[in-house]
Design a protein around this ligand. Structure first.
Ligand SMILES: NC(=O)c1ccc[n+]([C@@H]2O[C@H](COP(=O)([O-])OP(=O)(O)OC[C@H]3O[C@@H](n4cnc5c(N)ncnc54)[C@H](O)[C@@H]3O)[C@@H](O)[C@H]2O)c1
Length: 388
């Protein structure tokens, strides 16, 4: 039986300053959450303790004592299994507790609707909005998401009173969005139309999560927001790329015609969930499992730019570092295997983030290396839990 816990990890930003929290005191509200709290929520590796029957109650009572505080350190929200040597059985909790949420006073509390809130980006957004004290309703058809919220397909109309809509519903990784291409474009087109109609009726502020895929396989590098893109309208990626393009067109249509207050966030590749199927998650999962990393000769974007080959090297190095810290010695070194590029896969992309810096004062604080390290620990915790 082993007992592992989340280690305290010092995280330095691109300038070598320690990052202790994420979020900001900005735009009239505080969205700052300490990194320890977030880590304790997401890096909760499943651990097993071996105790006799008489000690179980003592253990539970000890854990109850600290209940309700966000300052308990990194192990507070871990799930655990208890091994009972007397009966040779294991009892387990999937998650021992949730972080407490506050409720803001009505004057500052927002009624927020999040579509696609069971997905990777959405579920983190929902956690954050709830930690901040807002009232959150989630719509999701569970195509790729996995939590129990309000099951609803955004292709069908939906009515609710709300102040803000975060419209994220859409399959986002190529295997998911290519599974049913017609449904993907319907989700982007009709789903966005429905949500914009709702925003217009309720006068809610509307944010859509768009994507770097609107630039397609770009001829301009890095890509500023006023670059119109280079997309194949009938290729295998078109259902997603063109779907998001039409969703943006609709969004600005409602803004100009009906005065809807809109925001469009064009997200580049994020640190995604382990089952996502894109390069960032594939590499980490392959390296953690000791499988060879299948790579293609193209560059990937973000402030820190790497070729796919360099990126595979980096993932391997970080996985080896984390494994060494945990005292794990893999049987062999994973190899990097080069394969042909899939149809219409963009050759290279990197965001030009000048506008975000100038208008929002936003710049990525995490280096890709630090982000990947966090992601490797998260995936490792998921593997230890048995959930991947
Ligand atoms: N993660 C990234 O790197 C990235 C990059 C660019 C853009 N985005 C955009 O951000 C959003 C969220 O991405 P993610 O990575 O969290 O994806 P995800 O697949 O984890 O989440 C998408 C969610 O939308 C739900 N959904 C799909 N179709 C739906 C429908 N018709 N009705 C209701 N719910 C539906 C899915 O069940 C899932 O829970 C997407 O709009 C995506 O296009 C993500």
């Amino acid at each position: 039986m082993s007992s592992s816990s989340v280690k305290d990890t010092q995280t330095l930003d691109k300038n070598g300053q320690e990052i202790k929290s994420v979020g900001f005191q900005r735009f009239g509200f505080d969205s700052e959450v300490s990194l320890d709290t977030l880590r304790s929520l997401y890096l909760r590796s499943h651990y097993v303790v071996s105790v006799s029957e008489s000690q179980v109650q003592e253990l539970d009572a000890k854990e109850e004592e600290g209940r309700g505080y966000l300052t308990q350190g990194p192990n507070a929200y871990q799930s655990k299994s208890i091994f009972h040597p007397d009966t040779q059985s294991i009892s387990y909790t999937t998650l021992s507790r949730f972080a407490p949420v506050k409720l803001l006073p009505p004057s500052s509390r927002k009624r927020v609707l999040v579509t696609g809130g069971a997905g990777f980006v959405g579920s983190h957004l929902v956690d954050r909005l709830m930690l901040l004290g807002h009232e959150v309703t989630v719509l999701d058809n569970f195509f790729t998401g996995s939590k129990t919220y309000l099951r609803h397909d955004v292709v069908e109309p939906f009515m609710i009173e709300c102040d803000q809509i975060y419209h994220l519903a859409c399959p986002a990784s190529p295997p998911h969005y290519q599974f049913n291409a017609v449904k993907t474009i319907k989700t982007s087109f009709i789903g966005t139309l429905n949500m914009l109609g709702l925003a217009k009726r309720t006068k809610a502020r509307f944010l859509i999560s768009s994507t770097s895929e609107v630039y397609g396989d770009p001829e301009v590098h890095p890509q500023p927001e006023d670059y119109w893109g280079h997309v194949n309208p009938i290729g295998p990626r078109a259902c997603y790329d063109e779907g998001k393009r039409v969703a943006e067109t609709l969004t600005y249509g409602f803004h100009h015609q009906d005065g809807v207050d809109v925001r469009v966030a064009r997200i580049f590749n994020t640190y995604v969930n382990p089952h996502d199927g894109r390069v960032v998650s594939n590499f980490i999962v392959q390296a953690l499992r000791g499988e060879d990393m299948t790579s293609r000769p193209v560059n990937i974007g973000n402030g820190d730019e790497f070729t796919i080959g360099e990126f595979a090297e980096l993932v391997r190095e970080i996985v080896e570092k984390v494994q060494e810290e945990d005292g794990i010695k893999p049987a062999r070194r994973v190899q990097i295997v080069y394969k042909p590029i899939p149809t219409d896969d963009p050759q290279k992309r990197r965001p030009d983030t000048t506008r975000a810096k100038n208008s929002l004062g936003w710049q990525p604080r995490w280096s890709v290396r630090m982000g990947l390290e966090e992601m490797v620990r998260y995936y490792k915790a998921k593997m230890a839990e048995g959930s991947m």
